[in-house]
Design a protein around this ligand. Structure first.
Ligand SMILES: O=C([O-])C(=O)C[C@H](O)[C@@H](O)C(=O)[O-]
Ligand SMILES: [Mg+2]
Length: 419
């Protein structure tokens, strides 16, 4: 099963005006769909970011993979690493932590690795979760991922989610998501309004949904002192506090003085970050993300390492489509020590997808592991063509929440330890 050809297709899909510490989501979110085809005619799917510089790297790496066996994980990684060379991508979205060469290689490698596992599963009649050691749960719980948001993009009509700019709006959004998806835990993206206002929204969620695990993630917009104050004020309601303050040092300072575990997808985002974070006891929960931890097998290794050092696991999400949701679900299903509901942006995509409907569904806030071999999802070629055309005609080529926000508020500054 050697790689005969690789197709790389950038796509764009509608995204609501979700607010975060760096600005606001643009009307179009970008992703890249990767199809790996073997000499035997089997096709595997992968999905990754759509920013142009990353797309160029993925395309360049794809050209180097012809002839390699889909089983040759290390050889494939070496080809991708050689193709990426010494490149280092910095934190291009302002939300996912420091860059490194390894993180850059891992991010480029990930969609190819997922596609190869999809092929290996299809060839063996096994699900990707089986290839990762077998599922330890039949369905993967996800959290209701709430955002402060505008009613609609300023040049468009109100979207169906409406505005959420205060505690009532956030509770209404949670109610909608819980009604539609059955979520049994809630994450609030913070870092948008003053910390006390956001803490009030968390309290309102606690009152409206007693007993549901809650988290807030201000993406390092708070100083350590503010993080400690808010962390203690919310000590009785938070399951964990995600990236309150910047850096491993800042997080360690907070962790020592708040009652709950701190979680991160910002200060520990590549292997080099693990030893200092563990030594300084900066975090208690790592948000895995196979898109930048080098695919599913490498993420499983990181998960095992976290188990050794007593770190709990959750899962991070950017705006994504169904290939990623399937991959996340297989990985989470086969990760015994994943003990928190995963994040997903799926509700915000509101039915837009490149995979054919049916294989992925939410029941009680969880996604059952797709049953078919491999990832268990099929590409919807018509949808892919439509989304590729949207990519061609939209002007977004790189996610930039700050620039989009500045087009409405020229003085806007990304809020990194702002409060
Ligand atoms: O810190 C996080 O959980 C994220 O970075 C998730 C997403 O990127 C989210 O913040 C977003 O899309 O605005
Ligand atoms: Mg986060």
């Amino acid at each position: 099963m050697r790689i005969r050809e690789v197709h790389v297709t950038p796509v764009a899909f509608r995204d609501p005006p979700l607010l975060n510490a760096t600005g606001v989501h643009e009307p179009w979110a970008l992703r890249t769909v990767v199809e790996v085809v073997t000499d035997e005619g089997l096709t595997g799917l992968g999905e990754t970011y759509g920013d142009l510089s990353h797309l160029d790297r993925v395309r360049a790496a794809a050209r180097e993979l012809t002839g390699v066996s889909v089983h040759a994980h290390h050889a494939l990684y070496a080809r991708v690493a050689a193709s990426v060379g010494a490149d280092v991508v910095t934190d291009q979205h302002g939300l996912t932590g420091a860059g490194s060469n390894q993180k850059t290689v891992d991010a480029v490698f990930s969609p190819f690795e997922v596609a190869c596992l999809d092929i290996r599963g299809k060839a063996a009649g096994l699900r990707v979760a089986d290839l990762l050691g077998g599922p330890v749960r039949d369905a993967v719980p996800y959290s209701a991922y709430l955002f402060y948001k505008w009613a609609g993009h300023p040049d468009a009509k109100e979207d169906r989610f409406g505005a959420a700019l205060d505690p009532d709006g956030i509770v209404a959004q949670a109610r909608l998501f819980i009604e539609e998806y059955g979520f049994a835990s809630i994450k609030l993206k913070g870092g948008v309004f003053a910390p006390d206002e956001e803490a009030e929204a968390v309290r309102a969620l606690h009152d409206a949904f007693p007993g549901l695990p809650l988290r807030i993630d201000p993406n390092a917009a708070w100083t350590p002192a503010t993080s400690i104050r808010i962390g203690n004020a919310l000590g009785d309601v938070l399951e964990y506090l995600e990236d309150p303050a910047p850096g491993i040092g800042g997080m360690a300072e907070v962790a020592a003085r708040v009652p709950m575990r701190l979680a991160t997808n910002m200060c520990v985002v590549t292997h080099d970050h693990l030893p200092p974070a563990i030594a300084q006891r900066a975090i208690g929960v790592l948000l895995l993300d196979h898109h930048y931890w080098g695919g599913l097998l490498r993420s499983a290794q990181v998960a095992a390492l976290c188990g050794t050092f007593g770190l709990e696991l959750s899962m991070h999400s950017n705006s994504h489509l169904g290939i990623s949701l399937a991959a996340m679900t297989h990985l989470a299903a086969a990760t015994p020590n994943l003990n928190h509901a995963c994040d997903t942006h799926t509700p915000w995509q509101d039915g837009q997808d490149v995979v054919a409907p049916g294989a992925l569904r939410f029941t009680g806030g969880a996604v059952p592991v797709p049953e078919g071999p491999g990832l268990g999802v099929e590409l919807d070629r018509d949808a892919l063509a439509v989304m590729h055309e949207q990519y061609r005609t939209c002007t977004v080529r790189r996610r930039d929440d700050t620039a989009y926000m500045r087009s409405f508020d020229p003085d806007f500054q990304a809020k990194r330890a702002h409060w």
